[in-house]
Design a protein around this ligand. Structure first.
Ligand SMILES: Cc1cc2nc3c(=O)[nH]c(=O)nc-3n(C[C@H](O)[C@H](O)[C@H](O)COP(=O)(O)O)c2cc1C
Length: 322
């Protein structure tokens, strides 16, 4: 079993942090289907220190929603530390992760996220400050580069993160310039794994049990993150577990099971989201479309879902699909 500092991961297969996706309802459904470790949605360090209500809503949890990790976004070591302290006083996190991976323009502009790959001094200073000040392990989520670096540049940065006190490295096998498309660089993840003594968790195109196995075998990584593969497909966690144990594939889920799980997911959202009904329904439409795209002949239905205005009507519409 993989240890992150004193903490032992319960599984090799973890739910990745996904901003705008991995809220409490998402995690509850994922856990019901075999996810044994999850991340909160990333939180912005400044917003935490300003006590923004919306940010604290992202740290909402409930009984059974553990073990869990927190990921912080920022570029100022002291503000990151203040935010981490505030978060730790409110939630029971296994470790604190620093985001050095987000490629979004608005994040890069603020010199945060993947920008930290270009600014190794700030990244390492942040890791060192948090690792020496907090009682929890500190980890970093990075990419295989900002764009244009060689593999040796990224292994050198990974080593610096380790010597600054990082307890594990999560690495998405794409550069910042690639965003979310293009080939995953398994060799670069393997090079990072070979370069450091701390656990390395691989990410990128873990979209099926076979691709999960490929990430583990080609990189030698200690564990993997499931990200887009879990959108509308919470079964992926038990599917991967089963495949890694026995090599067997589970049968495809039918329409009824998909609809039942979707409706349960929506009911959790209705209960837990802290916003007005119109905003809730907006997010619910997105979630419904994730599930429905896997169902045959669902094009018309997806068009109708995109227009629905209330939770009740959405459920009726889903019930009517067969
Ligand atoms: C909608 C979305 C939001 C994401 N948000 C975050 C985030 O907040 N923090 C982070 O470290 N990675 C984030 N990621 C990246 C994922 O954790 C993962 O590393 C990436 O999607 C590669 O895995 P995949 O190809 O299996 O999806 C996000 C990805 C997606 C698709």
């Amino acid at each position: 079993m993989t240890r992150i500092g004193p903490y032992t991961l319960p599984s090799k297969v973890l739910l990745a942090p996904m901003s705008g996706c991995t809220d409490l309802s998402f995690r509850m459904i994922a856990r019901e289907h075999g996810a044994r470790f999850c991340f909160f949605e990333m939180v912005d360090a400044h917003s935490v220190t300003y006590h923004r209500r919306k940010t604290f809503a992202m740290l909402k949890s409930c009984e059974g929603d553990d073990p869990i990790a927190v990921q912080i976004l920022g570029n100022d070591p002291q503000i990151m530390l203040n935010a981490a302290r505030e978060i730790i006083s409110r939630v029971n996190a296994a470790f604190i992760d620093i985001n050095a991976a987000c490629p979004a323009k608005k994040v890069i502009k603020k010199r945060a996220g993947a920008y930290l790959l270009k600014n190794g001094n700030t990244l390492c200073e942040t890791i060192r400050l948090l690792a020496t000040s907090l009682s929890l392990p500190v980890t970093v989520k990075m990419r295989t580069g900002y764009g244009g670096e060689s593999v040796s540049d990224i292994t050198a940065l990974a080593r610096r993160c380790e010597s600054s006190g990082a307890a594990a490295i999560f690495i998405h096998g794409r550069t910042r310039s690639q965003g979310y498309s293009g080939a995953v660089n398994y060799e670069a993840i393997r090079a990072v794994k070979d370069a450091v003594g701390i656990p390395v968790v691989g990410s990128g195109d873990v979209l099926s049990p076979e691709l999960a196995e490929m990430m583990l075998s080609r990189t030698g990584c200690d564990a993997i993150l499931v990200a887009r593969g879990s959108l509308g497909n919470p079964w992926i966690f038990s599917d991967i577990d089963n495949y890694l144990k026995s090599g067997g594939m589970m049968p495809r889920r039918g329409i009824k099971e998909t609809k039942d799980v979707l409706k349960r997911h929506l009911s959790y959202m209705y209960k837990h989201m802290e916003c007005g009904d119109p905003a809730k329904v907006g997010v619910m439409r997105k979630v419904a479309l994730w599930y429905l795209r896997s169902l045959p002949n669902s094009k018309k239905m997806r068009g109708e879902i995109s227009l629905v205005k209330t939770y009740e009507k959405m459920i009726k519409l889903i019930d009517s699909f067969n």
